[in-house]
Design a protein around this ligand. Structure first.
Ligand SMILES: Cc1cc2nc3c(=O)[nH]c(=O)nc-3n(C[C@H](O)[C@H](O)[C@H](O)COP(=O)(O)OP(=O)(O)OC[C@H]3O[C@@H](n4cnc5c(N)ncnc54)[C@H](O)[C@@H]3O)c2cc1C
Length: 496
């Protein structure tokens, strides 16, 4: 087959577009099928509504990989398009703001005399009588801070995000996530402050951000791919992949129901592993299909509320720890970049709700109901008055988070093994493409290495060895202690 035959890419998110860009730079033909009729960028797109721009989850551009930082410069080269922002985010609880990550001493004394005393007593109890060998997140955090501070500042938000009780979240995640936070040390530091704060290691103080949201960079990348001859078919959902005599026939259906089939030797997929496994002919074996069906995802709703100017907070986002509202986090898009809001006399807050689309009442709610809920909750939290809300827009994101439950890594291994062995020329990259809860840089790095493999006609790089820092690690091991990015909890059974 001549080299001019296209590499077919499923998905125009960061991974798919990075792969396309690297390929066209090598002079290769590419065709991308993107299910979304309007936006490129996947989860990292910028949604636009009446000139207001929303970012799904808030995308900080930060990478420990110089190669990725350089690629971002290449994809958004115009001066002034990429901003450098100082991170501002806090916890909001019962009408007060607290530092994030939590400064236990500040939390203790910000709660009022009565509540602080109760927290202090519960902390003392935990230190004197800790749960021996803590087995889950709830026990570990309660041992560190006392059960009262745990229930205020850890339990509610964690459960909102992951949709599982803290008693089922593994202890190793707690230890990684909250390392460096220690109440006795915090009290000592408050009484005898040191010049330089030794804050928690996992915080990134500043980050870069495209002026018009993350989608701006990916829209530019799409134009650059097209300028070099790459094709992007928007509104085309891939529904079938058939391996026939060493060639892949990839079928996509457009929004009018028309089918199109393209043939190529290589297919790069960023589609969710669960979906992909069910599209392949000849079908994978039943064990693989069962593993694919076992993979779970956490879905995500943003209700962007446009308000008359509201200066309640200037953080880019705040974590909502109050248990009597369902919203988990609130984005303040103007604080990410003023260009996200067309009229500086207005504010726009993105209220974020985490849910399971398959069985969650939140997902089943109509857009009108969700908008009403968002305004009611803003008012309940004291962050805006209902009459200030001028308009709202609901953005739904399926499969925002690949879930790491008890069996996920075994299932991923089963799928990966069969796909690698039985289906030459099929490459899995990106976040849901590899069922890895990772940031853009990691998704992009898997794309870069995948293209190297295709161009070199060799499997030089094992993409599964790219770690959370978007670094290719020969051993495949990740040193969490140096990771500047996020980790995810693992579900444990109650008896573990
Ligand atoms: C709440 C939240 C906050 C985040 N914050 C950050 C952050 O601060 N910084 C950061 O760097 N990253 C962040 N991320 C991660 C970032 O969004 C992802 O790493 C990145 O978007 C993954 O890129 P991807 O191309 O692998 O997948 P996606 O972005 O999911 O793109 C996949 C694309 O494939 C398309 N597709 C899927 N199936 C098909 C099909 N069958 N046919 C055709 N097209 C298909 C989809 O429509 C989509 O456009 C965050 C994610 C979330 C959910």
């Amino acid at each position: 087959m001549p080299e001019s035959d296209p590499v077919v890419i499923i998905g125009a998110g960061p991974a798919g577009l990075t792969a396309a860009w690297q390929l066209v730079k090598h002079g290769r033909n590419v065709i991308i099928f993107e299910a979304d009729p309007e936006y490129v960028g996947g989860i990292s797109r910028t949604v636009e509504y009446k000139g207001f721009r929303f970012d799904i989850g808030g995308h900080r551009f930060f990478s420990k990989s110089k190669e990725i930082e350089a690629l971002w410069d290449e994809l958004l080269p115009k001066e002034g398009d990429m901003l450098t922002r100082k991170r501002r985010s806090r916890i909001y609880y019962r009408n007060r703001f607290f530092s994030y990550p939590l400064k236990p001493f500040e939390a203790l004394f910000g709660l009022g005399v009565w509540e602080s005393t109760r927290c202090a007593m519960s902390y003392l109890k935990a230190r004197l009588f800790p749960v021996p060998n803590p087995k889950n997140f709830a026990e570990w955090v309660s041992n560190q801070f006392g059960s009262r501070l745990f229930s205020m500042f850890f339990k509610t938000y964690t459960e909102k995000v992951w949709g599982m009780p803290c008693t089922e979240i593994s202890v190793d995640w707690a230890a990684q996530r909250i390392k460096g936070l220690n109440l006795s040390k915090a009290v000592w530091n408050a009484l005898f402050p040191r010049r330089k704060s030794t804050d928690v290691k996992t915080l990134i103080g500043s980050f870069r951000y495209p002026k018009k949201g993350p989608g701006m960079l990916w829209e530019n990348c799409a134009e650059m791919v097209k300028a070099k001859g790459g094709e992007i078919r928007m509104g085309h959902r891939v529904t079938g992949l058939k391996l026939d005599g060493g060639l892949w026939k990839v079928t996509a259906v457009d929004t009018n129901g028309n089918e199109e089939t393209v043939t190529g030797r290589h297919v790069i997929s960023t589609a969710a592993m669960r979906d992909l496994s069910n599209m392949i002919t000849p079908a994978p074996n039943p064990e693989t299909l069962a593993s694919a069906e076992s993979l779970k995802y956490r879905d995500f709703i943003t209700v962007a509320v446009i308000l008359e100017n509201n200066d309640e907070f200037d953080d880019q986002w705040i974590y909502i720890h109050d248990p009597d509202v369902q919203v988990g986090r609130i984005q303040n898009y103007k604080a990410w970049s003023p260009a996200m809001v067309p009229d500086q006399s207005k504010s726009c807050y993105g209220l974020e709700y985490f849910c399971f689309a398959r069985n969650d009442g939140l997902w089943a709610m109509s857009d009108t109901e969700l908008k009403e809920l968002a305004v009611v909750e803003l008012e309940k939290l004291g962050l805006a008055r209902a009459e200030q809300a001028l308009d709202a827009k609901v953005v739904r994101q399926r499969k925002a988070y690949p879930v790491y439950d008890e069996g996920y890594s075994r299932h991923v291994d089963v799928i990966r093994k069969e796909l690698e062995e039985k289906y030459p020329g099929l490459h899995l990259i990106g976040r849901n493409g590899m069922h890895k809860y990772n940031n853009q840089d990691h998704s992009m790095m898997t794309a870069i290495l995948c293209v190297e493999n295709i161009v070199e006609e060799a499997l030089t790089f094992d993409l599964w060895k790219v770690n959370e820092d978007a670094v290719y690690s020969e051993s495949g091991e990740t040193d969490h202690s140096v990771s500047g990015l996020r980790n995810v909890p693992r579900r444990v059974s109650q008896s573990e």
